[in-house]
Design a protein around this ligand. Structure first.
Ligand SMILES: Cc1cc2nc3c(=O)[nH]c(=O)nc-3n(C[C@H](O)[C@H](O)[C@H](O)COP(=O)(O)O)c2cc1C
Ligand SMILES: O=C(O)C(=O)c1ccccc1
Length: 347
C-alpha cells in the first residue's frame, strides 16, 4: 500500500501504458514549470507556534456555496478512463466519500450526467474551454447545469494547446478506440466534436458566459495580478491561480510564488484558489497561509486512480486530509482559517 503521493506515482507508472503515463506526468517544453511548482513548496519553510492549546484542527471550507470537508479540491484532469475502466465515475465516488469537490473536466471520458448519477453525494463543478461556436458552448453549459454542477470553472490559460514533447515522442494524439470526450457529443448524437483551443477567446466571452448562466464563474489559469483585477471587473466569483501544472506555457513561475501578488490584487473580494505541485499536507498549509481559500490537486488524483481505482483516489485524498490536519496541529492551529503569512518563511 503506497504511503505517500510520491509512492502512488511510482505504482501508477508501473501500471500505466508508458504513453499514457507520459501524457499524465508530462508538461510543456523543457518542463521547467512542472519542476518549479513542486520545488517552490520545498523552498518555503514553516514557522510553527507552540503551547497554543489549539486542540484538533477544523479544516472544512465553504466555497461559492459548496461545502468541502477539506481545503483540497480535485482539479479538472482529462481522460480518466485511460487510468481506470470506471474513469471519472470512480473519481467522483471517492470525492463524494471524502466530502470534497470534483471539478469535472470538459475532456472527461464519462459524460457529466453519468458522473453525477454514479456519485449522488458528490459536489461537482464543471470545467469549460470556451468554444468559438457559442451556441455549442451554451449547450455544454446547459448540460453541466442540468447535471447539477454548482459552478463553472473557465480555463483561460489555453489560447492554444501546450506543446508537450513527451506526447510527440510517444505519438500520443488520440484516445484509444471506445473512449471519447463524452461532454463534446453534438446534441447527444453520434458525433463528438474536437475541443477547440482558440486564441480569439477574450473578456467578451467571459461577459457572455456571465449573461448565459447563473452559476458562479471561476477563472482558472490566472497568473498576472492585472488579470486578477480584470477578472473582478468582469464579475467572476473566484480567481484560480494555475499554470496548468506546467502543461501550457513553459517557464511560467511556480504558482505558490505567484499567489501573494494575486491575493494582494484581489484584496479579499472573492476566494482565490491555487493548484500546481501540491503533494503534501504541508504544501496545502503553505498555500492557505499565503492567502488561498483552498487548493486543488491534479496528478495526485490520477496516480491514485491508476494505482487502485476509486480506492486509490480515496486513499490519496485521505492521505492529504490526514497530512493537513497533522501539519496544522504541529503549527499550533485550531483551524485552517487561522493560517496567516507569518507562518511561512522563504528559506
Ligand atoms: C493529465 C492532465 C490533464 C489535465 N486536463 C485538464 C483539463 O481538461 N482542463 C483543465 O482546465 N486543466 C487540466 N489540467 C490541469 C489541471 O487542472 C491542474 O491545473 C494541474 O494538474 C495542477 O497541477 P498538479 O498536477 O501538479 O496538481 C490537466 C492536468 C493534467 C496533469
Ligand atoms: O491535457 C491537458 O492538460 C488538457 O487540458 C486537455 C485539454 C483537452 C483535451 C485533453 C486534455
Amino acid at each position: 500500500m503506497p504511503a505517500t503521493i510520491r509512492e502512488f506515482e511510482a505504482v501508477a507508472r508501473d501500471r500505466l501504458d508508458p504513453a499514457h503515463y507520459d501524457y499524465f506526468a508530462g508538461g510543456a517544453g523543457d518542463e521547467v514549470t512542472v519542476r518549479a511548482n513542486e520545488a517552490a513548496f520545498a523552498r518555503l519553510a514553516l514557522l510553527p507556534r507552540v503551547l497554543r492549546g489549539a486542540g484538533s484542527p477544523e479544516i472544512g471550507v465553504t466555497l461559492l456555496g459548496s461545502r468541502a470537508e477539506m481545503p483540497v479540491l480535485v482539479a479538472p484532469t482529462a481522460f480518466h478512463r485511460l487510468a481506470d475502466p470506471e474513469g471519472e465515475k470512480a473519481t467522483a465516488r471517492a470525492v463524494a466519500a471524502a466530502g470534497t469537490i470534483m471539478i469535472v473536466s470538459m475532456a472527461a471520458t464519462v459524460a457529466v450526467e453519468d458522473v453525477a448519477a454514479a456519485a449522488p453525494g458528490a459536489t461537482l463543478w464543471f470545467q469549460l474551454y470556451v468554444q468559438p461556436d457559442m451556441a455549442f458552448t451554451e449547450a455544454i453549459v446547459r448540460r453541466a447545469e442540468a447535471a447539477g454542477c454548482a459552478a463553472l470553472v473557465v480555463t483561460v490559460d489555453s489560447p492554444a494547446r501546450g506543446r508537450r514533447d513527451r506526447e510527440v515522442r510517444r505519438g500520443f494524439d488520440d484516445l484509444p478506440e471506445g473512449m471519447r470526450c463524452e461532454n463534446l457529443r453534438d446534441d447527444g448524437g453520434e458525433s463528438v466534436r474536437p475541443i477547440v483551443m482558440s486564441p480569439a477567446i477574450s473578456w467578451e466571452h467571459v461577459d457572455a458566459l456571465r449573461r448565459m448562466t447563473r452559476l458562479p464563474l471561476v477563472l482558472k489559469g490566472v497568473t498576472h495580478p492585472a488579470d486578477a483585477r480584470l477578472a473582478l471587473e468582469h464579475g467572476v466569483s473566484a480567481v484560480y491561480v494555475s499554470n496548468h501544472g506546467g502543461r501550457q506555457l513553459d517557464t511560467v513561475p511556480a504558482t505558490v510564488d505567484l499567489l501573494p501578488d494575486i491575493v494582494a490584487a484581489v484584496r479579499g473580494a472573492v476566494p482565490v484558489l491555487v493548484d500546481g505541485g501540491i503533494r503534501r499536507g504541508t504544501d496545502v498549509v503553505k498555500a492557505l497561509a499565503l492567502g488561498a481559500s483552498a487548493v486543488a490537486v491534479g496528478r495526485p488524483v490520477v496516480w491514485g486512480l491508476a494505482a487502485d481505482g476509486e480506492c486509490g483516489v480515496a486513499r490519496v485524498l485521505g492521505l492529504l486530509r490526514d497530512e493537513v490536519e497533522h501539519a496544522l496541529t504541529l503549527c499550533g492551529l485550531a483551524s485552517s482559517h487561522d493560517l496567516e503569512p507569518g507562518l511561512v518563511r522563504r528559506c
